[in-house]
Design a protein around this ligand. Structure first.
Ligand SMILES: [Zn+2]
Length: 261
């Protein structure tokens, strides 16, 4: 059987098979002639050594650098929310952004968020965590090799309250030590109210937790004289009950410690 290339080459030579198997001379078609040349001498891909590390290519380096400076990735924790809603809600929260923010559906509910103004990325990242419809919208820095169908949410930055935390311990080092020593998580930052001590009902801290492990709701510290002091860790997104005393049979507004009847 003749291949398409054979037929084209025959036509290049002015021959086409007739019904009896012989050859007929026909005027050469210019367009088919060009196509035959293309088929017989295809432009191959640029030749690269098989052992080359693509990350070493200057273009790849440049793209990784650009993407790192301009992109975050995000995914709703638990709840599935459509991209339009995520865009609408986050843009409302991120009105401080000076440049455009672009959203790309990566698949498997991951969203790539590109900031035209890199300074906006810094502000969004610094002010995490963010919520959409009351649920955590987890964001991470973009990284090479990111595969939305493999990547899972493991570390989540979220707010906790530490009721009745002593004023003298309301500083970054003390809270970080409390969280680390009790395997609660790592401290990202303290809420300014905790730092300024304007409202000393609880310390409020943004911490990073491993969401694949049970969240611990109690922490203990050792004070002078070996005195052990325990504190409730109240997760704003997950804990139930009173964020002041830690009891789960009432909310803070009805706490008898705060408002004895
Ligand atoms: Zn209470």
């Amino acid at each position: 059987m003749q291949s398409f290339k054979d037929i084209l080459l025959q036509e290049e030579q002015g021959q086409l098979p007739d019904g009896d198997g012989g050859a007929q001379t026909l005027p050469l078609s210019p367009s088919l002639s060009n196509l035959a040349k293309f088929v017989s001498d295809p432009p191959g891909p640029p030749s690269l050594s098989e052992s080359i590390v693509l990350d070493d290519l200057s273009q790849v380096k440049q793209d990784i650098d650009d993407l790192t400076k301009s992109c975050l990735v995000g995914k709703m924790l638990g709840a599935t929310v459509d991209l339009r809603t995520i865009m609408f809600r986050t843009k409302a929260d991120w009105q401080f952004c000076k440049g455009d923010v672009e959203y790309l559906d990566m698949g498997n509910n991951w969203v790539m968020i590109k900031f035209v103004n890199p300074g906006d990325l810094y502000l969004v990242w610094a002010d995490r965590p963010w919520h959409v419809q009351g649920e955590l919208f987890v964001i991470y820095p973009w990284k090479p090799h990111f595969d939305p169908y493999v990547e899972e949410i493991k570390y989540v930055d979220l707010w906790v309250r530490i009721p009745r935390f002593p004023v003298e311990l309301l500083n970054f080092d003390s809270v970080a030590n409390l969280l680390a020593a009790n395997n609660i998580g790592s401290l990202i930052r303290l809420d300014s109210r905790s730092i300024l001590k304007h409202k000393v009902r609880f310390a409020r801290a943004c911490i990073r937790v491993d969401i694949t492990e049970p969240l611990l709701e109690y922490a203990e510290v050792t004070r002078a004289g070996g005195v052990k002091c325990g504190y409730v860790i109240w997760y704003e997104d997950f804990s139930i009950g009173c964020s002041f005393c830690g009891c789960d049979d009432h909310v803070i507004d009805n706490c008898l410690i705060l408002s004895p009847s």
